[in-house]
Design a protein around this ligand. Structure first.
Ligand SMILES: *[C@@H]1O[C@H](CO)[C@@H](O)[C@H](O)[C@H]1NC(C)=O
Ligand SMILES: *[C@@H]1O[C@H](CO)[C@@H](O)[C@H](O)[C@H]1NC(C)=O
Ligand SMILES: *[C@@H]1O[C@H](CO)[C@@H](O)[C@H](O)[C@H]1NC(C)=O
Length: 379
């Protein structure tokens, strides 16, 4: 071999080692089943699937303010939503097949939804995708489905999933924030938009109801119902930017984060801690599954990650995976917004991609409400 051959072999060796390195970092670390041996517990927070508009998000003068235009009824899931919610379950089945095992058992899973038709249906669909009956649990030769129980608390009591609707203190904190000088100044940009909306919808407009109208316009467009000409002045812009600013407001202070995201985070943290200290009941628990709203996804992401982002799409979901790596318990947070195939690993602000539980606790402690008064009490 001459000197050149040695060089070429050397280059190739370096090249292959480099490629292998890239491959193992990029591919193996993103391969969801790869770390399954360190996985201890999973929390999933999902938004419901595609739906019809709610009545309140349609202007009082709209030609489409009539339930006859919505086959399934106001606010109900569409077929696209049925498919998408089911796919979340199928995805989680493939991701956690080994971890969950294929047989359903009541101890493995706690499933909870908000008290809305669309979140209940979405949860049923996701669970159908997650636990198709196999082996001895098959009970019909043509129905590839088995019932899986889930729970919810009445709307007015749901601090975890419906704080935006059920907590009087949230409404109070929000309207106080509208009056904060910086926020008030920023909101002035949308003053003209709000007046147009008020004039054309005859609804009372504040940043939150404008946000709901934005969602309503998006749905109307998707259903193929032409938007009226006047909407061009407000939709998609500036309503789209206002929507993002609205998310900024609902997590603008620690006080409001404690209400809008804190109760759900407290449930996740408490359940995780119980798993770590061995008191989780039942000890076999592997997964907590929540079916909620874009509000839940947005509030949790903005509280932990603080990225400005788009409206969480239908069936978007967050996964908190509890891992035990080299004896250390910690959390990895993933977000699926369908911009890519697999959920993306996110960094919890102030921590690493794998955030040791004790570090995480120090970060979120200030967002964990002490009692129910922070939701139901007066200011
Ligand atoms: C909406 O604006 C138009 C034009 O300024 C005005 O004539 C009309 O009275 C307004 N309607 C309402 C309900 O405010
Ligand atoms: C609260 O909102 C103001 C005005 O938009 C902004 O300057 C500030 O950074 C926000 N604070 C947090 C914690 O988001
Ligand atoms: C374990 O964690 C749970 C949940 O935070 C807590 O209520 C309980 O007191 C802890 N128990 C022990 C023995 O540390």
């Amino acid at each position: 071999m001459n000197k050149n051959d040695v060089c070429i072999i050397g280059y190739f060796t370096i090249f292959f080692v480099f490629c292998w390195g890239v491959y193992s970092v990029v591919f193996l670390s993103s391969n969801p089943t790869q770390n399954s041996t360190t996985l201890e517990l999973v929390h999933v927070i999902m938004r419901h699937g595609d739906r019809n508009p709610d009545k309140v998000s349609i202007g009082l003068l709209s030609p489409y303010l009539d339930e006859k235009y919505y086959v399934e009824g106001y606010g109900q899931l569409l077929k696209e939503g049925i498919i998408r919610a089911h796919q979340v379950g199928s995805y989680l089945r493939s991701r956690y097949d080994h971890f969950l095992g294929q047989t359903w058992n009541i101890k493995y899973l706690e499933a909870r939804t908000s008290d809305y038709d669309r979140t209940k249906m979405s949860l049923q669909l996701a669970l159908a995708g997650l636990y198709p009956p196999v082996g001895s649990q098959m009970w019909s030769s043509n129905i590839y489905w088995q019932p899986i129980p889930y729970n919810y608390v009445p709307k007015s009591q749901d601090k975890e999933l419906l704080a935006f609707r059920s907590c009087p203190r949230y409404a109070k904190l929000l309207s106080n924030l509208y009056e904060e000088p910086d926020i008030k100044k920023n909101l002035q940009r949308y003053e003209k938009t709000f007046r147009i909306l008020e004039n054309k919808t005859l609804r009372k407009i504040d940043p939150e109801s404008a946000f709901y109208l934005y969602v309503g316009f998006e749905i109307q467009e998707k259903l193929g119902y032409r938007l009226e000409d006047w909407t061009k002045a407000v939709y998609p812009e500036p309503l789209h930017t206002q929507m993002k600013y609205f998310y900024h407001i609902i997590t603008n202070t620690t006080a409001i984060r404690r209400v809008i995201a804190g109760y759900l985070l407290k449930k996740v943290i408490t359940d995780t801690e119980a798993k770590i200290n061995g008191t989780i009941d039942p000890p076999e628990r592997k997964m907590f599954f929540y079916s909620g709203h874009e509000y839940n996804i947005a509030a949790v992401l903005q509280t932990l990650n603080q990225e400005t982002f788009e409206l969480p799409p239908y069936s978007a979901f967050i996964i908190f995976e509890v891992h035990r790596i080299d004896g250390v318990y910690g959390i990895k947070m993933f977000y699926q917004n369908y911009k890519q195939t697999d959920p993306v690993l996110l960094k919890i602000k102030g921590c690493d991609y794998f955030c040791p539980f004790n570090d995480l606790y120090k970060i979120v402690e200030k967002y964990l409400p002490e009692n129910d008064d922070e939701c139901f009490g007066s200011m």
